[in-house]
Design a protein around this ligand. Sequence first.
Ligand code: BV8
Length: 252
Amino acid sequence: MATESNIPPELVTALRQARHVAVLTGAGVSAESGIPTFRDAQTGLWARYDPEDLATPEAFQRNPRLVWEWYAWRRQLVSGAAPNPGHLALARLERLVPRFTLITQNVDGLHHRAGSSAPIELHGNIMRVRCSAEGTVYEHWDEGAELPPPCPACGAPLRPDVVWFGEQLPSDALEQAWNAATRCDLFLSVGTSGLVEPAASLPRLAHARGATLVVINLDVSDTVRERLFSLHGRSGVLLPALVSAAFPDAAA
Ligand code: BV8
């Protein structure tokens, strides 16, 4: 288990000297804020549903109210959560390296709340909804008896502003993420199972293009190889430890 006291010195040097750091985060970063990961057994009411069955256009078509209520439940969870030391360490790192790109698969908006200036939200954000017909995005909406609520402009059902399985990712977000992965010299992949494409290809792409790849996860073993560091541990512990080790004199 990697801890703050045994981060490989070569990694600390690589981060301190990096010109462009890119980061991909997954549900394991938000897990430190108490938000169940995407593949955790859903608790309570949702225990009998597989998230990959609910996060699809077909599910919304088949049972829009059920899908809407699943997202409303998750929105409640997120609203009650706070950014954790892992989110805050990434917001700090952005201010300490010459160039920084944060790419997230998470849809909870916690990176923004932690102070990251421009997280690339590959899979959207559940704190926003959009008209299922026109695509107009709303940050605030009336939630009455009718669920999903009707679009205030055209009356079509509102839907979460997220990318469902089988839907294309926002092209601008994907292009920015792709560019960062091909140009960065250090790529951090934190708290993701690497199962969902095309996001899962980004760490491999970065490494193939010559970047140093750092993987932080609970389901990896500690390994150090040429341009590859794998750290077994919690994102909320290892991210702050890594940033503080690389920039000991910088303001917190
Ligand atoms: C698309 C929004 C074109 C909704 C989400 C190529 C190959 C194979 C399949 C495909 C492919 N291309 C497309 C597909 C199909 C599909 C896909 O990838 N399916 C998978 C399941 C096989 N992809 C798509 O449909 C994408 N669209 O490519 O369009 C297309 C379309 C159809 C066919 C071909 C091409 C759209 C994907 C977006 C789906 N939307 N979210 C919502 O959230 O409701 S994805 C969803 O899963 C979340 O965003 C989540 O972030 C994401 C990924 O999961 P993780 O973040 O990694 O979370 P997970 O729970 O899996 O893992 C957590 C990890 O953290 C674990 O490793 C754990 O060990 C670790 N951990 C836990 N605690 C901690 C920790 N680590 C550190 N510290 C801790 N404390």
